[in-house]
Design a protein around this ligand. Structure first.
Ligand SMILES: NC(=O)c1ccc[n+]([C@@H]2O[C@H](COP(=O)([O-])OP(=O)(O)OC[C@H]3O[C@@H](n4cnc5c(N)ncnc54)[C@H](OP(=O)(O)O)[C@@H]3O)[C@@H](O)[C@H]2O)c1
Length: 226
């Protein structure tokens, strides 16, 4: 059994989720930040790839005090379980995911990760889950998360993790904020990177759920149909 998985991302009008230097850019505005915070509030866990941890160092905490209080009042931790997909356990021990906010942190890793890195991350408060030999086995990881009680999993990128999940048919919905800027760059990350599908027959198909104008852009919600 797997959790219900949704990807949330902000991208430029040309489909980039950051610059070609992989530097984080504010693509959306205040209203969208509130929308994203509400999604975190409603999620059991939030997942990112190690690329995002190394380039953006996000804390992935719920920002609204009211939402954190509501979670506590309903018996949950203030923040959803924060998860890094990290085959070689490269997550820095002083990363904001490990330093900021309360709640559980999980490093999904593999048998190739050096034991001293695993020890250091455990000492920093992370739970270590080994799934796979060289690369995190995402399907097995989702099963383990379901066993831990995770029913709604929010994925906050980046492009390679999104691709890994989408290409294996593990995503239920995709929410994208499309902002009013062009970032350009052949190598700038996009919503889904990786090797890509060979042709349109193999492509991941989507059904439009809704679209909404927000700040100076638009939020599009898709359901994955195949
Ligand atoms: N605008 C937005 O909404 C948004 C959100 C998040 C990130 N970003 C941007 O996205 C960029 C980072 O994206 P990224 O693609 O470089 O990194 P990423 O998707 O965050 O992480 C990718 C890494 O995850 C690890 N991984 C382990 N198992 C995997 C699997 N089965 N499938 C896929 N990945 C697996 C791989 O590293 P190992 O092999 O070492 O494990 C892989 O390189 C940054 O520039 C960041 O600013 C933008």
């Amino acid at each position: 059994m797997h959790p219900y998985v949704f990807i949330n991302a902000a991208m430029s009008a040309d489909g980039k989720i950051s610059t070609h230097e992989r530097k984080q850019v504010p693509i959306s505005g205040d209203l969208d930040f509130q929308r994203v915070d509400k999604l975190k509030f409603g999620a059991d866990a939030i997942m990112v790839g190690i690329g995002t941890v190394l380039s953006d160092d996000p804390s992935l905490t719920v920002k609204s005090e009211e939402f954190r209080r509501k979670r506590l009042n309903s018996g949950e931790d203030e923040n959803p379980i924060r998860i890094v997909v990290d085959s070689l356990a490269k997550t820095p021990v002083d990363s904001d995911i490990l330093r900021k906010g309360s709640g559980r942190r999980v490093i999904l890793t593999t048998r190739s990760a050096p034991s001293e890195r695993l020890d250091a991350l455990s000492a920093a408060g992370a739970e270590i889950i080994v799934v796979g030999d060289r690369r995190v086995d995402l399907g097995a990881a989702l099963e383990r998360l379901h066993e831990m009680g995770v029913r709604r999993l929010m994925v906050e990128g980046g492009g390679r993790l999104n691709w890994g999940l989408i290409s294996q048919g593990l995503v239920n919905e995709i929410y994208v904020y499309i902002g009013n800027m062009i970032l350009g760059g052949d190598s700038a990350p996009t919503l889904a990177d990786g090797s890509g599908f060979v042709d349109s027959r193999g492509a991941c198909r989507l059904e439009l759920i809704s679209h909404e104008v927000m700040d100076n852009g638009i939020v599009v919600k898709w359901r994955v149909t195949k």
